[in-house]
Ligand binder design. Structure first.
Ligand code: F6R
Length: 591
C-alpha cells in the first residue's frame, strides 16, 4: 500500500524514479508525485490519479537525485494536495512516506501547534518534526529524534534542500529495500521497483536510519550506533514483470498457472521425494493443532490447507481471519503451530497477529511468494510458493500456488506413499484445457454483465472455491456477489433470489453432487438463472462448463480457473481497469 522510490547516482534520477513508480503502481494508484533537484533548486510535482499523468508533466526533467511516491489514500481524500511528496513548512525538507502514523494528532498538538498544514496527511507531521528538531540538532539526529516519537508504521525518504547530495531514509514496520548498482543507489518498497536499476538489494531492518550519497552508504540504529546491512543479488528479471502480448497482467497470470504448477513440482520434488525441511515437518508433527492465518484470497486458499492437514495428516486445524484474530482471544491448544499465508508477505493484519504469536513463543511458518518480506523475517520457517511475481491486484496464480504448496506440505507431513506429483501434473493439463475453452467463460460473462447481484454456491471444497469466485467478481467486475454453502440457502439467503438472479453452482465432488443440484433447482424454481460448473465425472450434458477430471482433492485448482476467467471477462466487458480495480491495492500494509 503506497509505493516509495528514490535514486541518487549517475543516471537521470527522474526517469529512474518514474520507471520505479510505474512498476510499483499496483501498490496504490490514487495519486503519484516526485521531488528532484535541478541547479540546486527543488521541484515537487504531483498529480491525482495514475503515474502516467505525472510522467506526462516531466518529459524533459533531469536530475541526479529524486524521490517518488504512488499513493493509496489513508488520511485525507485522494487529491493533489494530499499526494506525496510533502514539504516542511519552510520548504527545507521534502518527504515521501509509506505507512501510517497512529499518534500524529498527539504529536501535532505537542510539538507543532504553531505550524499550519497544507494537507490532511499524517506524513506532514513527520517532515515538520524533522524541521522542528533540526533547528537545534544535526539533521541526522533530528530524524532519529523524530523516529523515536513516531508510533505506527513508516518507510520514509527525505531530501534536505541545504544539501542535495544525499537521501535520508528510515523505516519501521513498512517495507523498504535499498538497491546498489553501477548507476547508483536506489530505493523501493518492493523488489520490482529495483529491477533494471540495481544489481543487488538489501532488505532494511526496522528502526534503521541511514543516508546515501552517490558513492557512500551510512546506516545506524535509532540511537546512532552503526548497523550493517547485507546485500544479495537481484534474481528477478525485467522479463518476469513484462505483460508480454497479454491485454492484462491478470490474464497473463491466469495463463501462467499450468507452467507455474510444473515449476512448483520441480522445486519441491526430487524424483518422487518431496523436499521439505525435516525439521519443519518434525516441528509441525509435534503440534496438537495447526492454526492457519490469512486474509482475502489467501485465507480462502488456506481452507484447502486445513482440509489437507486434517484429511492427510490427521492434525486438527483451524482457519483464522487475521484481522479478526488480532483483536480476539481464542482458546489456544497446548502445542499450537501457526501457519501464515500471504502472497506479499507484508500484510499488516497478519504482521499484527505474528507479533502477538511471537510474544507467546509459538512456532510460526510463513507460506509466501515474497521470501524477502517482513513476514518471513518474523517467522521460524518459510516456504516459497514459487508463483513468480504477481502484478495484477486480484490474486490468481498466487492463490493456486498456495493450494498446491499446502498439498505438498501436507503430503510431506503425512509421509504417505503418494501420487501427488502426477496428480498435480494432471491438474496442469486440465487447466490448459480450461484455458483452451475460455470462450465458454466469456459467454457466461456476457450473460451476467448487467446483473446487480449474483450468487455462487457449492458444498465442502466447492464452497471454498465459491468464496474465492465471489471475491474475484466483486473486486474486479464490481458486481455484488455472495458465496453460499448450497445447504444454507434455505436458511435465509434464498429470500434474495429474484427473477433472473444468476446463481452459479460449482460441483466437482461425487458426494455432494446431487444435493447441490437439488439446492440449485430450488433457486431455479424461484426465478434464478442458473449455471453449473462441474467436473466431467459428475457432470450432466446440460451443464454449462464441464472441466476435466483430476484427483478429487485437487479439483478446485481447475474449477477456480473457470471462475477467474468469468470474473476477468466480466470486468473486461464492463471496461473496468482489470489490473488496478478501484479502491484496492496489492500489498495491504495498513490494518
Ligand atoms: C484478492 C486479493 C486479496 C489478498 C489479501 C491478502 O484477489 O488479492 O484478497 O489475497 O489482501 O494479501 P496477501 O496474500 O498479500 O497477504
Amino acid at each position: 500500500m503506497c509505493g516509495i522510490v528514490g535514486f541518487i547516482g549517475k543516471e537521470n534520477a527522474v526517469e529512474i524514479t518514474i520507471g520505479g513508480l510505474e512498476k510499483l503502481e499496483y501498490r496504490g494508484y490514487d495519486s503519484a508525485g516526485i521531488a528532484y533537484q535541478t541547479n540546486q533548486c527543488l521541484t515537487v510535482c504531483k498529480e491525482k490519479g495514475r503515474v502516467s499523468a505525472l510522467k506526462n508533466k516531466l518529459v524533459d526533467a533531469k536530475s541526479s537525485i529524486a524521490i517518488g511516491h504512488t499513493r493509496w489514500a489513508t488520511h485525507g481524500e485522494p487529491n493533489q494536495v494530499n499526494a506525496h511528496p510533502h514539504l516542511s513548512l519552510s520548504g527545507r525538507f521534502v518527504i515521501v512516506h509509506n505507512g501510517i502514523i497512529e499518534n500524529y494528532q498527539k504529536l501535532k498538538f505537542e510539538y507543532l501547534d504553531t505550524y499550519t498544514f497544507k494537507s490532511q496527511t499524517d506524513t506532514e507531521i513527520i517532515v515538520n518534526l524533522i524541521e522542528y528538531f533540526s533547528k537545534t540538532l544535526h539533521v541526522e539526529e533530528a530524524i532519529r529524534e523524530t523516529m523515536s516519537l513516531l508510533e505506527g508504521s513508516y518507510a520514509c525518504l527525505v531530501l534536505d534542500t541545504y544539501n542535495f547530495n544525499q537521501i535520508y531514509f528510515f523505516k519501521d514496520k513498512s517495507p523498504l529495500l535499498l538497491g546498489r548498482g553501477p548507476k547508483g543507489f536506489s530505493f523501493s518498497s518492493d523488489i520490482t521497483g529495483l529491477i533494471g536499476v540495481a544489481e543487488e538489494y538489501a532488505v532494511l531492518e526496522d528502526k534503521l536510519f541511514g543516508v546515501v550519497e552517490e558513492n557512500k552508504i551510512t546506516t545506524k540504529d535509532i540511537i546512532g550506533l552503526p548497523k550493517k546491512i547485507i546485500f544479495s543479488p537481484i534474481a528477478i528479471s525485467e522479463e518476469e514483470i513484462d505483460k508480454k502480448t497479454y491485454d492484462h497482467f491478470m490474464l497473463k497470470e491466469i495463463y501462467e498457472q499450468p507452467m507455474m504448477i510444473r515449476h512448483i513440482i520441480s522445486k519441491y520434488f526430487k524424483g518422487d521425494e518431496m523436499q521439505i525441511s525435516p525439521k519443519l515437518i518434525h516441528h509441525i508433527k509435534q503440534s496438537d493443532k495447526v492454526n492457519f492465518v490469512a486474509c482475502g484470497s489467501s485465507m480462502y486458499a488456506s481452507y484447502f490447507a486445513k482440509y489437507y492437514f486434517e484429511k492427510l495428516c490427521g492434525i486438527p486445524s483451524e482457519v483464522f481471519c487475521a484481522s479478526e484474530l488480532v483483536y480476539s482471544t481464542p482458546l489456544i491448544s497446548k502445542r499450537p503451530f501457526f501457519i501464515f499465508f500471504s502472497q506479499s508477505g507484508e500484510t499488516a493484519d497478519l504482521i499484527a497477529v505474528m507479533k502477538k504469536v511471537k510474544q507467546q513463543k509459538y512456532p510460526m511458518l510463513t507460506i509466501t511468494n515474497t521470501m524477502e518480506s517482513s513476514m518471513v523475517r518474523l517467522s521460524n520457517y518459510a516456504l516459497n510458493i514459487y508463483a513468480g511475481k504477481e502484478i495484477a491486484v486480484a490474486s490468481t496464480k498466487a492463490y493456486t500456488a498456495m493450494v498446491v504448496t499446502s498439498a505438498i506440505l501436507a503430503r510431506s507431513i503425512s509421509g504417505a506413499k503418494t501420487n501427488l506429483k502426477n496428480n498435480l501434473k494432471g491438474v496442469s493439463l486440465a487447466i490448459e484445457k480450461v484455458l483452451e475453452n475460455k470462450e465458454i467463460c466469456k459467454g457466461v460473462a456476457k450473460e451476467i454483465l448487467q446483473c446487480n447481484d449474483l450468487f455462487y454456491i457449492g458444498r465442502g471444497i466447492d464452497y471454498w472455491t465459491a468464496l474465492e469466485a465471489s471475491l474475484k467478481l466483486k473486486e474486479i467486475a464490481y458486481i455484488h456477489t455472495e458465496a453460499f454453502s448450497s445447504g444454507e440457502l434455505k436458511h435465509g439467503p434464498i429470500a434474495l433470489i429474484q427473477q433472473n438472479t444468476p446463481v452459479i453452482a460449482i460441483i466437482t465432488q461425487e458426494g455432494t453432487n446431487q444435493i447441490t443440484r437439488s439446492n440449485l433447482a430450488e433457486t431455479e424454481a424461484r426465478g434464478a438463472k442458473t449455471y453449473v460448473i462441474s467436473s466431467k465425472g459428475v457432470s450432466t450434458p446440460e451443464d454449462d462448463i464441464i472441466i476435466p477430471n483430476v484427483a478429487h482433492y485437487l479439483s478446485s485448482l481447475v474449477s477456480v480457473v473457470v471462475v477467474q476467467l468469468i470474473a476477468y471477462y466480466t470486468a473486461v466487458l464492463k471496461n473496468n481497469d482489470v489490473d488496478k480495480p478501484k479502491n484496492l491495492a496489492k500489498s495491504v500494509t495498513v490494518e
